[in-house]
Design a protein around this ligand. Structure first.
Ligand code: 5AD
Ligand code: SF4
Length: 347
């Protein structure tokens, strides 16, 4: 291994204070031994900073209605092939109870950006889930006003996921028409201010994306003190304007996760569903590269199959009981355990 690379890798492992150039250098490694060393270093940081436990967050995609037209996403409003749904409050509550039955400590309520799903309805849902199950509630429903974020918080929501998607402002503008990067950052700042634990993240392998901008993704999330970092491959959806473009590379996603772990130390990093979609071993490989969270999908049939952000998304895991059992067995052989407590607030 080149001496310079070795030096950067040691600092990444011991302190994590990398600059943009050094991050690009790490993301560029291509030799087997170098990739192996990068992954191993991230694994040791993960173990030292967040332990061996893999934390669980259950997800319910309660509506696929969306008013936006992001070029990469199958749920974009222009896609007429999608059968749109909105789960009823009783259906959502039933999914939450199912999660509690599996001892999953926290629920993520996710949807497209749907302004007709007003703040009052969201607050009612949050209060009901808190009351009936005691689950920690995470919302992932896009850009809203500060006032709405405050109401959700008052209703009992503790966490919020809002991916910045890409830190390349020009690319962001091209991929998300009628949406401003600046507003995204404003929303993240509000959420932090209001005391949410905040998740963000980015896609890897977007058409026109550079390694430098991936370095910026990592540095941005570090600067904003983001608590949970979701990094997944771009997966080309045929019914979108990006239909003909190649998927993101799994290796590059794993390298990005590894560097993000070393740069941000004690964050929560999920092994994303998108990785599991491109590679049956994708999530296990992510857990070895620095990830420490798994998000099983509790969206009931038939809705789940209609939440097709990218193709093949819903092939993974039909029965949650079997999924968790298999996962637990596989983790044990890697010296890891499944975490059933609500831990996650960063120490
Ligand atoms: N490939 C991978 N991830 C995607 N997302 C949307 N479209 C795609 C795609 N084609 C992710 C985005 C978004 C979330 C809803 O799904 O990161 O935040
Ligand atoms: Fe809507 Fe989110 Fe898909 Fe954009 S990425 S089209 S906001 S669901």
């Amino acid at each position: 291994m080149k001496q310079n690379l070795q030096r950067i890798l040691h600092r990444a492992r011991d302190r994590g204070d990398l600059d943009r150039e050094e991050i690009v250098e790490l993301l560029s490694v291509s030799e087997g031994t170098e990739i192996h060393a990068l992954i191993a270093a991230a694994g040791s940081v993960r173990r030292a900073c967040v332990g061996d436990e893999v934390r669980l967050r259950g997800i319910v995609e309660f509506s696929n209605a969306c008013e936006r037209s992001c070029l990469y996403c199958g749920l974009r409003c222009g896609n007429r092939k999608v059968e749109r749904y909105r789960m009823s409050e009783d259906e959502i509550a039933a999914s939450a109870r199912e999660m509690a039955r599996f001892r999953i400590p926290t629920i993520v309520l996710q949807s497209g950006e749907d302004s007709s799903c007003d703040a009052e309805r969201i607050c009612r849902m949050v209060r009901r889930i808190r009351k009936e199950t005691g689950l920690i509630v995470t919302l992932s429903i896009g850009e809203r006003t500060r006032e709405e974020y405050r109401e959700f918080r008052r209703a009992g929501a503790d966490r919020y996921l809002l991916k910045h998607e890409t830190a390349d402002v020009a690319l962001y503008g091209r991929l998300r028409p009628a949406s401003r990067f600046e507003n995204r950052l404003q929303c993240l700042a509000w959420l932090k201010e209001l005391g949410y634990e905040v998740g963000s993240g980015n896609m890897v392998g977007l058409p026109g994306q550079s390694l430098e901008s991936l370095a910026d993704d990592i540095l941005l999330m570090k600067d904003l003190d983001i608590d949970m970092i979701g990094i997944g491959p771009f997966i080309s959806h045929p019914d979108t304007p990006l239909g003909g473009f190649p998927n993101g590379s799994i290796d590059l996603v794993l390298k990005t996760i590894a560097v993000a772990r070393m740069a941000t130390r004690n964050t929560n990093i999920p092994a994303t569903t998108a990785l599991g979609t491109l590679d049956p071993d994708g999530r296990t490989r992510a857990l070895a590269a620095g990830a420490n969270v798994i998000m099983p999908d509790f969206t009931p049939a038939p809705y789940r199959s209609h939440y097709e952000i990218y193709p093949g998304r819903n092939r993974t895991g039909a029965d949650q009981g079997i999924f968790l059992e298999n996962l637990s067995r596989r983790l044990a052989s890697a010296g890891r355990t499944l975490g059933y407590d609500a831990s996650g607030w960063r120490e």
